[in-house]
Ligand binder design. Structure first.
Ligand code: GAL
Length: 728
């Protein structure tokens, strides 16, 4: 029997680490040898059952990290996994930032102080529903680049990133006395491998080798869902099927079976369905099944999902990344977290027999029994109504996965149903309440109208054809205006067609909003450029198949008087893609705004003026003076501002906060200059009458006694019902 403390004694996690003034860690104890065989990862000669939770440091605030880690340890995790977010650190080409909220070194040190080992997933590609899958947007415009394959302009930038990252990570490897026990390179390359052929395979070998060269070699290298020689290959899924296990055993003999992404539910996109929480019994049963087939480690993806602040989300991803994870978006323990905490305790209690015992199995009449024996220590797992693939088909349901652990005398050690019942009964519920403002008043909103292009001072970029948005904005803003003139000879229905445009458009005619993009937008939109017979497209992923052109926008206009009219199209991006399959092309093909000729009643429109960004982004957000005034009309494209004064007592406690955005349309929200994220009250596909996201996390450490709230609202909507809410 190994207790967490014993495990930690033998792992790097128990070593006390001090952080010097230069921010570099100075390990105060010798390193730990991380080795492995087919049964498990081994730390200084001792086997570990890895009970791990994914937690992304940019999806919470630095002030939240200690609490999140403390709760994770208390719920029986012995390891924390995180991606490293390349674009969060390389803030512009060649400029790296590992300080403040980006202080990865501090996050790793805090893991160690909380006796947690770290599974570090360094990319460079991470997916993760994060803007551009973690790539810095400048990469798109490197001359001659093809992203995610053996291509010199790409690999040169990856090399620099890895070298800079290694300065932070190397002293924090377990082998150097730090907490990092495993390093994953790349991510699910299997999803795109077909597109890149032999060059892609060479790239995978190269990235494993690069990791070694920059100094990650002190601990084992892994890849997930797409193997490379010399690396442990790990698996992702709601469940891991016996077939998948057999395939990994065959392709990677002598390596441990690790489950890198075990999903507690799913992420939320604007206009998509809201996924239900997965029954935690189904999660625990899937882990038991995996361990009963030789699995020796799992990682909840995510354990704490958190929030996508500012413009960090991938295309279409909402700011919430709650995921129904065991720790909720605010960092609080959920009922499912409390249940899993009990489950972890039972698993660690018996980890020696689970990892070192001989395993036999017996299946009959839809009951499967697995027995482990190590000396006198005997453990049985009984799975009832057993059907090998039931939980593959219905991963959210618990009913088909009854399971219990028994000792050699038949005493029940852990029964999923009864522990679940106990936790449910005792789990405290706390409600959200509106925050009482210090002055007892409801907020008064002031407005300032964003000037339309005709009233802007900048002349813009002139061109015969529309110029693609990212080449103008470099992803520094979501917004770009496309302005032109239309000529009408005779009245009647008229149509504007943008054959290739992204993501969302508002059409203003003679200064009046007349139309916007039809919803919903598709997460995987098909090929981003028209087919070119000279370069047949390779379909690398099932998500790329049979997609209609998801970039086409059309607006029908009526009752136009004959003569000339001014057309202003406001293109609004909602995040860069996370992977090839969203555009059926390599990621450097990503585009926003307009990149093919726009049609007016079937004829091309020429002579465009592009104006990137909004004036308010340069003025309101930069704290410059604008003429705020009171106005309760609902007009599109307005900036709103108010102050909320909070009683100091609300801020003193361990409370969490959110903004109820009811009544708003679409745009962005800032509190005290901090970007909460994009808001959009668009309906979810299901359940009915539910916005994709109504409540927005406001980190407690961003609030103070007097708070300034700024909202950019694209649509004719009102902030009058918006309120700050608190939960203690
Ligand atoms: C996986 C990917 C993760 C995340 C997850 C969905 O395929 O590796 O980064 O995107 O899906 O939440």
């Amino acid at each position: 029997m190994i207790h967490r403390r014993d495990f930690l004694k033998n792992s790097a996690a128990a070593l006390i680490y001090s952080v010097g003034q230069n921010g570099l860690s100075q390990p105060s104890a010798p390193g730990v040898a991380v080795t492995f065989d087919q049964s498990s990862v081994i730390l200084n000669g001792r086997r570990v059952l890895i009970s791990c939770g994914e937690m992304h440091y940019p999806r919470s605030t630095r002030a939240m990290w200690p609490t999140l880690l403390k709760r994770s340890g208390a719920l029986g995790l012995n390891t924390v996994a995180t991606y490293v977010f390349w674009n969060f650190h390389e803030t512009s080409r060649g400029i790296f930032d590992f300080s403040g909220e980006r202080d990865l070194g501090l996050f790793l040190d805090l893991c160690q102080q909380h006796e947690l080992s770290v599974f570090l997933r360094v990319g460079p590609y991470i997916c993760a529903e994060w803007n551009y899958g973690g790539y810095p947007p400048y990469l798109r415009d490197e001359p001659g680049i093809t992203i995610r394959t053996m291509n010199r302009p790409y690999t040169a930038r990856v090399e620099e990133y890895f070298r800079r990252l290694a300065e932070v990570v190397r002293p924090r490897l377990a082998s150097n006395g730090g907490p990092v026990i495993l390093v994953q390179v790349e991510n699910e390359y299997g999803n795109v491998a077909k597109r890149y052929g032999e060059d892609g395979q060479e790239y995978l070998r190269w990235i494993v080798e690069l990791g070694r060269q920059v100094g990650f070699a002190g601990v084992p290298t892994t890849t997930c869902e797409g193997g490379a020689q010399g690396a442990i290959e790990t698996s992702n899924g709601f469940t891991i099927s016996p077939e998948r296990i057999a395939a990994v055993r065959k392709s990677h003999p002598g390596t441990p079976l690790l489950w890198t992404e075990l999903y507690p539910s799913w992420y939320q996109v604007w206009g998509g369905s809201i996924a239900p929480a997965r029954d935690p019994r189904a999660i625990a049963a899937a882990i038991l099944d995996f361990v009963s087939r030789g699995g020796s480690g799992w990682n909840y993806y995510p354990w704490h999902g958190g929030s996508n602040f500012g413009r960090n989300s991938m295309y279409l991803q909402t700011p919430t990344y709650d995921f129904h994870a065991p720790l909720d978006e605010y960092g609080n323990v959920t009922e499912s977290g409390a249940f899993l905490g009990r489950f972890h305790a039972a698993m660690q209690e018996h980890s020696a027999v689970l990892l070192e015992g001989t395993r036999t199995e017996d299946a009959a009449d839809r009951q499967r029994t697995v027995t482990w024996q190590k000396g006198l220590d005997v453990l049985h797992l009984i799975q009832e109504s057993y059907d090998e693939h039931a939980s593959d088909r219905e991963p959210f349901r618990a009913a088909n996965v009854k399971a219990r652990l028994l000792d050699g005398h038949g005493n029940v050690l852990f029964d999923l149903d009864s522990v679940h019942e106990t936790v449910k009964k005792s789990f405290p519920v706390s409600e959200w309440k509106p925050v009482k403002h210090a002055d007892g008043q409801t907020p008064v909103w002031q407005v300032w109208d964003e000037p339309l292009p005709a009233h802007r001072e900048d002349k813009g970029v002139l061109s015969l054809e529309p110029v693609e948005q990212l080449s103008l904005t470099k992803d520094s803003t979501d917004y770009c205006w496309y302005s032109t003139n239309l000529h009408v000879d005779q009245p009647g229905l008229k149509e504007i067609v943008i054959p290739y445009g992204a993501d969302f458009f508002y059409a203003y005619l003679d200064g009046v909003l007349v139309a916007s993009t039809k919803l919903p937008l598709q997460e995987d939109r098909g090929a981003i450029t028209p087919d070119d017979p000279a370069h047949p497209r390779i379909v690398a992923n099932v998500s790329e198949q049979n997609k209609e052109n998801g970039y086409r926008h059309s607006f029908t206009l009526r009752d136009l008087a004959a003569g000339n009219h001014r057309l202003d199209l406001l293109a609004v991006a909602v995040g860069l893609i996370k992977g090839d399959w969203q555009i059926a092309s390599p990621m450097n093909f990503e585009r926003k705004g307009i990149w093919e000729g726009v049609q007016w009643n079937g004829k091309p429109i020429q002579n465009w003026t592009m104006r990137p960004g909004l004036v308010g982004e340069q003025r309101v957000l930069a704290g410059k003076t604008v003429s705020w005034h009171a106005d309760s009309d609902q007009k599109p494209l307005r900036w709103y501002k108010t102050h909320i004064d909070l009683p100091a007592s609300v801020l003193a406690g361990p409370a969490v906060f959110r903004l109820d955005a009811v009544g708003l349309g679409k745009g962005m929200i800032w509190i005290n200059g901090r970007p909460i994220g994009r808001h959009w009250l668009i309906q979810a596909a299901s359940p009915p009458d539910t916005p994709s996201q109504r409540y927005y996390h406001v980190p407690a450490d961003w609030l103070q006694v007097s708070n300034e709230v700024i909202i950019l609202e694209e649509q004719a909507a009102s902030p009058s019902k918006v309120e700050l809410q608190v939960r203690v």
